[in-house]
Design a protein. Sequence first.
Length: 312
Amino acid sequence: MHEVATDQVFDVRGRRHDGGFGDRPAREPVIRQVPLTWRGLGLDTMASLLVESFARLGSRCFAARCQWPRLHPLNERALGAVAHHPLIMAESTRQLALALEYGRPPGAVRARLEPVSVGLGLRLRSWPVERGGATDVDVRMSVSDLVTEAGRPVSHRVTAEFRHTGESFGSCTMRFARPAGSAPYAEEAPLPGLLHPPAAAVGATADGDVLLARAPRGRLVTAPRDPGHPVLLAGRPARMPLLAVLEAGRQAVLLESGVTAAAVIGLRADVCAPVPSRGALIETSAEPGGSRFLVTAGGRPAATGAVTLWGK
């Protein structure tokens, strides 16, 4: 039943009738190729496009090739080997989910869903580093937990496994649903004396990547150094997208725990209400294996998450 619904909602083609016994998957490994453009995926620039190709393998399975540039804005600027920022894997997954919608027939109504939860698992020993210009990454993605209303998707989950040179190095699960709200809670009056931590203290490459500041009484609040960050806050949104919330939580945990970014082996975030780009409170609490974080806006919970740390 779920497979049939997925076929109908996402317009899967290429299945064949076999001897009167019902539809069975065709043997061809790639059923349909979906051309991609950065404008079609709603990206701000061509440089933001991480997905090179995307094709269906079946009703719920897809294959893709991504290219991660060494000079991605989130990556460190080093002369030798550069380890890719873990959020590049999450952004690749988001773009792959957009490609799923992009492949629908011309004139079809788009679902206009947005990511509301994300979880990353990293294998540090096989995580790719780049010594040249860009890293080619192979991806296998599946769709699950599809919910529809009047034949249109209102939520679904995508799971992507990432491989480099044939070895799996990480996975990302992302759930998409209707937006949590049209606007963030009203921001409080700007607090005087906000102090931004150094980029290195929060595992960021440059000062412009820092999303937090220390407010009076030592509280951590969202206060991006670059309100129009090309990856995390493209278009200068009033509320933080999911990946910006995830990065803010990661930075808060690294700042409060004192560990380095290299110790992170897992990330998770769930957004339940709009998170203002400025003024949301972030609190962390240590637990076995890492730390949790809570984001509140207007005194109410807006997001939760966790950071798993190696050796913790």
